[in-house]
Write a protein that binds this ligand. Sequence first.
Ligand SMILES: Cc1cc2nc3c(=O)[nH]c(=O)nc-3n(C[C@H](O)[C@H](O)[C@H](O)COP(=O)(O)OP(=O)(O)OC[C@H]3O[C@@H](n4cnc5c(N)ncnc54)[C@H](O)[C@@H]3O)c2cc1C
Length: 174
Amino acid sequence: MILEFDNCRLSNEQVLGEVDGGFEVMNTWLYATRITVAAMSVGRARRCFEYALNYSAERKQFGKSIGKFQGVSFQLADMITEIDAADLLTLSSAWKLDQGMSANREIASAKLYASEMLARVTDATLQIHGGMGLMNDYPIERFWRDARVERIWDGTSEIQKHIISRELLRPLGS
Ligand SMILES: Cc1cc2nc3c(=O)[nH]c(=O)nc-3n(C[C@H](O)[C@H](O)[C@H](O)COP(=O)(O)OP(=O)(O)OC[C@H]3O[C@@H](n4cnc5c(N)ncnc54)[C@H](O)[C@@H]3O)c2cc1C
């Protein structure tokens, strides 16, 4: 839905917060909402991983389940390691925020890592499903498509890297 305001004038009393202070207010909560993107990415990746794991055990090729092939099993190992890492990064940044501590850098790291991890996990899950991954019989292609936006909204991956590096360099006067 697009809202358009033509010739719309408000008195200062009708403005929520300070006049010209909207960007600052937005920045205050924008950092925190990024945790929800990270958490959603972790949740989706775990659901996707269940499909990858089960399919690896069920699907048989060359006389054995495809999970027996190292090319597949190592992907599963990488996936669960990255999911757990993203989960802990997300929880730790949320904990810092809950404690009232500055957590901008940690939240940006969680959003960056979790959304990039989701892209890798959904892609690997689709690959493990082979041609079936692109069919409507499984929700995999939907997971894969939906994952793309997580690296864009609430600040692109490049912007998260900008925030992270800025927080590191600023105390050094750079
Ligand atoms: C489905 C969807 C829903 C959305 N919902 C909302 C919403 O509810 N509310 C809301 O406010 N916004 C929403 N957005 C907007 C979203 O937050 C922006 O699309 C996002 O922040 C990127 O901004 P942009 O599209 O203007 O890209 P641009 O800023 O034009 O960026 C284009 C490219 O340039 C790169 N780039 C830009 N600046 C830099 C820089 N300084 N350094 C390095 N690279 C840079 C970006 O990383 C990107 O790759 C939504 C977007 C989508 C796709």
